[in-house]
Design a protein around this ligand. Structure first.
Ligand code: PGA
Length: 252
């Protein structure tokens, strides 16, 4: 994948039957062949991953897993490791999605360990950051987001940055139908890129920063029109072949 080629990622979360996942993966592969100037990525569940990967094989669709363990291997019932994800064909691992931060209480320190596991495998790490509504309303949105960024990536070795993508997802926008305005999203993306450039000046202009939170076919164009928005991480609207195809089409 080229750096800052628009990237549209579908986060399937805990949705779809195996049959539905197979049908959707097929449709996404067809969509990806139509829009060769954009990158397309899907995050199926672990149990559907192998089938989706088989279907996507040879297509332009990249595959990712929604999570991995903070440990390399061992007695961690119910977990899967970054190396297992890689073996199954994953290119990306989503780390720190707000549902894992807030529902499963994953801390910044824990997420930093996961980032390390992902990068050890030379996989792409898509780190999610985002503030809650209370944090935004109290004027702390940027401090919270940059704090999450620092905690996970503040000490990253320079050569590892090429394997990082960031998804800015305001918690209040996820699954609510309320997306951030393109201007508000752009302001946060610019702040993220500024901070990254303090950490690694060379990588900052190439780093892909995706917006996520109620992205739909009718709002993706305005979001993608902003200078620092390089793609979208999409939940609900990625679950239907037609709406995902519209998203990719409108992501210009
Ligand atoms: P949504 O989810 O598009 O349904 O708001 C986005 C996400 O959680 O990644």
């Amino acid at each position: 994948m080229n750096t800052r080629t628009p990237l549209i990622a579908g986060n399937w979360k805990m949705n779809l039957t195996l049959k539905e996942a197979e049908t959707l993966a097929k449709a996404v592969a067809e969509t990806a062949t139509r829009y060769t100037d954009r990158d397309v990525l899907i995050y199926p569940t672990f149990l559907q991953f192998t089938q989706a990967a088989k279907i996507a094989q040879g297509s332009r669709v990249a595959l990712g897993v929604q999570n991995c363990s903070a440990e390399k291997d061992g007695a961690f019932t119910g977990e899967i490791s970054a190396s297992q994800a890689k073996e199954a064909g994953a290119q990306f691992v989503l780390i720190g999605h707000s549902e894992r931060r807030h529902i499963l209480k994953e801390s910044d320190a824990f997420l930093k360990q996961k980032v390390e596991r992902v990068l050890e495998q030379n996989l792409m790490c898509m780190l999610c950051v985002g503030e809650t509504l209370a944090e935004r309303e109290s004027g702390h949105a940027e401090a919270v987001v940059l704090g999450q960024l620092n905690a996970a990536l503040g000490q990253l070795a320079p050569q590892l940055w090429k394997n990082i993508a960031i998804a800015y997802e305001p918690v209040w926008a996820i699954g609510t139908g309320k997306n951030a305005t393109p201007d508000d999203a752009q302001a946060m993306h610019a702040a993220i890129r500024r901070r990254v450039s303090e950490l690694n000046q060379d990588i900052a202009p190439q780093l892909r920063i995706l917006y996520g939170g109620s992205v739909k076919p009718d709002n993706i164009g305005a979001l993608m029109g902003k200078a620092d928005i390089d793609g979208a991480l999409v939940g609900g609207a990625s679950l239907k072949a037609e709406s995902f195809a519209e998203l990719v089409k409108n992501a210009k």
